[in-house]
Design a protein around this ligand. Structure first.
Ligand SMILES: Cc1cc2nc3c(=O)[nH]c(=O)nc-3n(C[C@H](O)[C@H](O)[C@H](O)COP(=O)(O)OP(=O)(O)OC[C@H]3O[C@@H](n4cnc5c(N)ncnc54)[C@H](O)[C@@H]3O)c2cc1C
Length: 394
């Protein structure tokens, strides 16, 4: 907020956090004609540690919310994917479903500006000190106060809204830990033109090399409780599996990995995106669910208002959210087929090396939200049942 006089403002909705979840909610609510404050502690463009991979699911959700093309903010587009087990190349698919890649500082700023253009007031550098759940108001360290009929907590995995309103403590044992670095394509030993996925490089997780125009985003993520020394795992991944000996600037952060909140809000306060723990534990994808939960929150508030039952927003939101939590529940079951060491070694390797490449196609169909996890597993077993049986028996 501006230096100087202390201010006190009132809005219909305050959205805390201008990541993909918050900006999507703010955009839709502003378009409905509500007065909306989109509040972030950072000054934009700000960075967010992320691979910046946007699946077919993300594209669908984006188009459903914004109804236009995201081309201007896309950094790289690929229609393939390659799979590895540690340093061993397994298989590759070209000319199939598209994946898009962005830098989050550009993508998030682009979405926040869209919310602003729709009429939301984008308040940057607002460092929240306290939240009063009864009043749905918040105060920053300077004493400025914002108050609203509804609060949307879109402030990421360490959400202050979840902490203050639901007394939820940040518990890293529930989450995954990730490390990432950017490497110039020029100094990397070989050409990378499709995203590369690496199994066996981290426990209960995976590694990636995502191509951008000039750089590669290289990272690993796995459940924290199974990866206490993630820095070493990342160094091993870089040196042994990727054969990269140059210097990198490593950065680490947490992400939810299947452990979503059973109570994503309270009263007129709704939690969306990482603040509600909405990340797929197999693909590590969170951007699509962030935007979609923002959309659900906006719709829930709008429907509650239109039906003259403003207090029903949380109930409506929870119901809508089951579309996402059902997918995460399924992924939480399927991860037990994928991540234990023996499956990674035998099943994944066996399936990924199959010459017909069906398993990889199914994986891409899953990422594009064209098939569900139960369909994914069903198709794998139908197509490769005998092969899976042989792999397990041998
Ligand atoms: C290393 C890594 C790689 C990943 N790669 C991918 C990927 O390739 N594809 C994918 O789909 N997902 C990926 N994810 C997950 C994805 O980044 C998140 O799921 C996504 O960013 C969630 O969006 P969000 O809007 O909920 O929260 P965020 O993007 O975290 O945004 C939260 C916002 O809230 C603001 N904020 C925080 N605290 C406060 C406060 N007290 N007051 C005001 N504002 C506050 C922050 O400044 C931030 O702008 C990755 C995550 C990690 C850690």
């Amino acid at each position: 907020m501006d230096d100087g006089a202390i201010v006190s403002r009132k809005f219909d909705v305050i959205v805390v956090g201008a990541g993909p979840a918050g900006s999507s909610a703010a955009y839709l609510l502003a378009r409905e004609g509500y007065t909306v404050a989109l509040v972030d502690k950072s000054l934009f463009p700000r960075d967010k540690l992320c691979g910046g991979g946007l699946s077919g699911r993300s594209k669908k959700v984006y188009e459903d919310i914004y109804g236009d093309s995201w081309d201007e903010v896309i950094e790289y587009r690929s229609q393939g994917v390659a799979f590895y087990h540690k340093h061993e190349y397994l298989n590759r698919l070209d000319d199939y479903k598209a994946t898009h890649f962005v830098y989050r500082c550009d993508f998030d700023y682009y979405l926040a500006r869209k919310a602003e253009q729709a009429g939301a007031e984008f308040i940057q550098g607002f460092d929240i000190n306290d939240i009063d759940a009864q009043q749905s108001s918040m105060t920053d360290r300077a004493g400025n106060t914002l108050q609203a009929d509804y609060l949307v907590g879109a402030d990421g995995i360490k959400s202050i809204v979840a902490r203050k309103v639901l007394s939820r403590q940040f518990d890293r044992d529930r989450f995954a830990i990730a490390m990432e670095a950017e490497i110039d394509k020029q100094v990397f030993a070989r050409k990378v033109d499709v995203p590369e996925i690496y199994y066996g490089v981290v426990n209960w997780g995976y590694g990636w090399v995502f191509p951008k125009k000039e750089q590669l985003t290289v990272g690993i993520a796995g459940l924290y409780r199974h990866n206490r020394d993630i820095k070493k795992a990342f160094a091993d991944f870089l040196h042994h599996d990727l054969g990269y000996a140059g210097q990198v600037k490593m950065k680490g952060y947490y992400l939810p990995f299947g452990s979503y909140s059973k109570q994503p809000g309270k009263g007129n306060i709704l939690l969306v995106g990482d603040a509600a723990g909405l990340v797929d534990p197999i693909t590590g994808e969170g951007i699509a669910f962030a935007m979609q939960s923002g959309q659900f929150a906006a719709r829930a508030i709008t429907e509650a208002r239109h039906s003259n039952k403003p207090a029903s927003a949380y109930r409506i939101y929870r119901k809508k959210l089951t579309t996402i939590t059902r997918t995460i529940d399924h992924a939480n079951y399927v991860k037990h087929l994928i991540y234990p060491e023996f499956s990674e070694r035998i099943l994944l390797k066996g399936l990924a090396t199959s010459t017909d490449k069906y398993s990889i196609k199914y994986y891409m169909d899953l990422l594009a939200d064209e098939i569900s996890y139960p369909q994914f597993v069903g198709r794998l077993f139908r197509k490769s049942g005998k092969r899976i049986f042989r792999l397990l028996v041998n």
